[in-house]
Ligand binder design. Structure first.
Ligand code: 3PG
Length: 208
């Protein structure tokens, strides 16, 4: 899959309740050195937020929490350039492939990983990572599935991301810790940029 969204090895998982917040948030991410955003379809503002953010220079915008093929089409029409789903649904994967955008379905068991392989995928989301065994589970799964890459999300933070990013099969981690809902609500975009800078620095320090 295309790796544009893994350029700094962190994918912020964004929940926006008001699409008016999308543009300032996107700019805050870029200012904080995090040029990617996964906008989740957990709110009705998702598609409009993607549309607003996709015009921001230097920002790669995708859709998360995509649960069905209609949402894939809605997200892509709004400008999403990648699709993330919490689980693996073949029709969701196929809709994304038909639209020509990379797709990251959730897969945490050997059977789910094999289903992802069958669909021609080499990267899956590992969610919720903290519940399904964390870095040690990913390490164990990477033995039989040598070519598979895992993007853990769920309970990832600046303080534990190195556990994951030090694994060769983890191109990036995802999480919401640098885009707190209360900071967005309060318009505290400097705080968001600061959290992004800290996250990017922590990721860059892994393996050094
Ligand atoms: C996701 O959808 O990837 C998660 O909700 C992100 O998990 P977090 O909120 O624990 O970072």
């Amino acid at each position: 899959m295309a790796d544009e969204m893994f350029s700094v090895r962190i994918v912020p998982v964004v929940v926006l309740h008001d699409a008016h917040d999308a543009e300032p948030l996107g700019k805050a991410l870029v200012a904080g050195g995090l040029p990617v955003a996964e906008i989740t379809f957990r709110t009705a503002a998702a598609a409009e937020s993607i549309r607003a953010m996709s015009g921001i220079e230097g920002l790669v915008v995708g859709a998360g929490t995509v649960l069905n093929p209609d949402q894939v089409d809605e997200a892509v029409a709004a400008g999403a350039t990648f699709i993330v789903s919490p689980g693996l649904r073949r029709d969701v994967v196929r809709a994304a492939q038909a639209a020509g955008v990379p797709v990251l379905p959730g897969a945490v068991t050997p059977s789910e990983i094999m289903a992802a392989q069958e669909l021609g995928l080499d990267t899956v989301k590992f969610f919720p990572a903290n519940v399904y065994g964390g870095a040690s589970a990913i390490k164990a799964l990477s033995a039989p599935f040598g070519g598979m890459r895992f993007v853990p999300t769920g309970g990832v933070s600046a303080s534990n991301l190195s556990d994951y990013l030090s694994l060769g099969c983890v191109p990036a981690v995802g999480g919401s810790w640098m885009v707190p809902v209360d900071a967005i609500r309060e318009g505290a975009y400097d705080r968001v940029s600061e959290l992004c800078r800290d996250a990017v620095a922590a990721a860059a320090a892994v393996g050094k």
